[in-house]
Design a protein around this ligand. Structure first.
Ligand code: ADP
Ligand code: MG
Length: 254
């Protein structure tokens, strides 16, 4: 296999059981470099658990997880991050008492090899601050750089969270319902933001709203009761009878 054809993510028959509950049950999924892939399905389908298995929060009960061609099934989360994977959480995880810029600086520093240098030069700190401000600017957050993160609007906090996940220049980004809880305006703004992300980055998006998911993605996987119900292009998935039944219930029959 050549480097250019190596998948960003490959899951083979991945399962995760919690006691008797099969939260994820034999899921196989491939995401190519630069692909925009949506993961949809009803509440409790296992979407967030699948993200946890990909990012390494916990290991699968069985199956295999590959990132960029490497078997990471038993590799912990922090080592997977070093391979070029980043994620946001369904629930915002920021340092609320730090400023917006400080949050980004922490994220940049955490992923910057220079943190290991004993004597950091002033120039390298300036580089870091410039990089942080460039990132904030691209997310429209530079005017808020000096504000305490907890004082931002909820919409801006969620944007900041995506900005933080980009600090390590990931090659695979996992976004868990970034639009959840946003007003219509904030949601549109977030949608534009994630549409503008560098096209070389593969993005796997969990999204509740099918219209948003289909507008964003090239490929869609539908999860139901921990299993892949179907996978395909947006047209294929939206025409799928079982998908219509899950989302529309009996309404699809009338
Ligand atoms: N840490 C856990 N311990 C026990 N059960 C869990 C845990 N995480 C998720 N579950 C259960 O697994 C199922 C799938 O949950 P989840 O992955 O959060 O679904 P989704 O994100 O699609 O709404 C649910 O029934 C949920 O209650
Ligand atoms: Mg979830």
């Amino acid at each position: 296999m050549t480097a250019s054809s190596t998948a960003a993510l490959k899951l083979e028959q991945v399962s995760r059981h919690f006691g008797g509950l099969k939260a994820v049950d034999g899921v196989s999924l491939t995401v190519q470099p630069g692909e925009r892939h949506a993961l949809i399905g009803p509440n409790g389908a296992g979407k967030t658990t699948l993200f946890n298995l990909i990012s390494g929060e916990f290991p699968p009960t069985s199956g295999r997880v590959e990132l960029f061609g490497a078997d990471v099934t038993k590799v912990p989360a922090y080592k997977r991050a070093a391979l070029g994977i980043a994620r946001t959480f369904q629930i915002t995880k920021l340092f609320p008492a730090l400023t917006v810029r400080e949050n980004v600086l922490v994220a940049c520093t955490a992923l910057d090899r220079r943190r290991l240098a004993m004597h950091r030069t002033v120039a390298s700190c300036t580089d870091l601050r410039d990089a942080a401000d460039r990132l904030l600017e691209s997310f429209g957050l530079l005017p808020h750089a000096a504000e305490t993160a907890k004082n931002l609007s909820y919409g801006d906090q969620r944007k900041l969270e995506v900005a933080l996940s980009m600090a390590g220049r990931p090659r695979l980004l996992l976004l868990d319902e970034p639009m959840a809880g946003l007003s219509a305006g904030e949601s549109r703004s977030m949608h534009e933001l994630i549409d503008r992300l560098d096209r070389s980055i593969a993005v796997l998006l969990i999204e509740h709203d099918m219209d948003v998911a289909f507008a964003f993605a090239n490929r869609v996987t539908v999860l139901h009761h921990g299993r892949v119900l179907t996978e395909g292009s947006c047209d294929e998935v939206s025409a799928n009878r079982s998908v219509q039944q899950i989302y529309l219930g009996d309404a699809a029959d009338h």
